[in-house]
Design a protein around this ligand. Structure first.
Ligand code: PEP
Ligand code: MN
Length: 283
């Protein structure tokens, strides 16, 4: 990929993005929360639940890029203030989407991580603007994009002087329609070959089905992902956005109990051969 000056992997070193004490790129980190911020009760209850289950950051959209202009578009500034309140109580850093270059500077005052959604992956003026903030950016893969196109979008952010880019595989469009999208898990090891940037997965938007979220999350851990971003709602039945794919706090807690041991097991078993290889070279 000849045009990549900053996003390409040139040495074995991997980039770690620091978010308020959470190191993305070291271990398996979990970002959880509702699709959109809907009310004080909803975000506070969900934030407390995901924190108790072991999440590392809180997600929640205040600006929603919806397919229909008549669908709920998010609470805007009021939503950001509620996220701030949730952060003040739980200590969880905030991940929230920005959709308009004109909003970047003030949304960045509330966000610890600025999310660029799949529909905006190639919104180059938005990419340059988030690049100028220097804040961590979660760059989702465009639903029709190749890895090369995606990494070039990361390059837009990096070339503005912002090294804090986290990639997120959130599923691509294929002919399959049982799932909402197709989770391209091969993107995880492929990106690790091509780039030094951390990569997480989104098991929610990629599957669109509650029953598939846990197995695909476990598979992502095994594939070497650096974490995941997952939708959890205190009461999915009344969610204003993506109700069919949100986990209840109970399901989320159950998943976390299964996921953490797998992540620790793999972290230990992957580091073992490296130790013995070193031993062999020394001998
Ligand atoms: C989201 O995370 O809420 C979202 C809209 O995701 P995507 O851009 O992947 O559809
Ligand atoms: Mn959603």
């Amino acid at each position: 990929m000849k045009n990549l000056k900053l996003a390409a992997r040139e040495t074995p070193d991997r980039t770690t993005v620091s978010v308020d004490g959470v190191e993305v790129g070291r271990g398996f980190i979990v970002i959880a929360g509702p699709c959109s911020v809907e009310s004080e009760d909803q975000i506070m209850e969900t934030a407390r639940a995901v924190k108790a289950a072991g999440a590392d950051m809180l997600r929640g959209g205040a600006f929603k890029p919806r397919t229909s202009p008549y669908a709920f578009q998010g609470m805007g500034l009021d939503g950001l203030k509620l996220l701030e309140q949730a952060k003040n109580e739980t200590g969880l850093p905030i991940v929230t989407e920005v959709v308009d270059p004109r909003d970047v500077s003030w949304v960045a005052e509330f966000a610890d991580v600025l999310q660029i959604g799949t529909r905006n992956m190639q919104n180059f003026s938005l990419l340059k603007e988030v690049g100028r903030t220097g804040k961590p950016v979660l760059l989702k893969r465009g639903m029709y994009s190749t890895l090369e196109e995606w990494l070039n979008c990361a390059e837009y952010i990096l070339s503005e002087g912002n090294p804090n880019v986290i990639l997120c595989e959130r599923g691509i469009r294929t002919f399959e329609n049982y799932t909402r999208n197709t989770l391209d898990l091969s993107a995880v090891p492929a990106i690790k070959e091509l780039s030094h940037l951390p990569i997480i997965i989104d098991p929610t938007h990629s599957t669109g089905r509650v029953s598939l979220i846990a197995p695909m999350s476990m598979a992502a851990v095994a594939a070497g992902a650096d974490g995941m971003i997952i939708e959890v709602h205190n009461n999915p039945e009344v969610a204003l956005c993506d109700a069919d794919q949100a986990l209840t706090p109970e399901r989320f807690e159950n998943l976390m109990k299964r996921l953490r041991p797998l992540a620790s097991y793999l972290a230990e078993s992957v580091s073992e051969p490296a130790v013995s290889r070193r031993g062999k070279n020394e001998a």
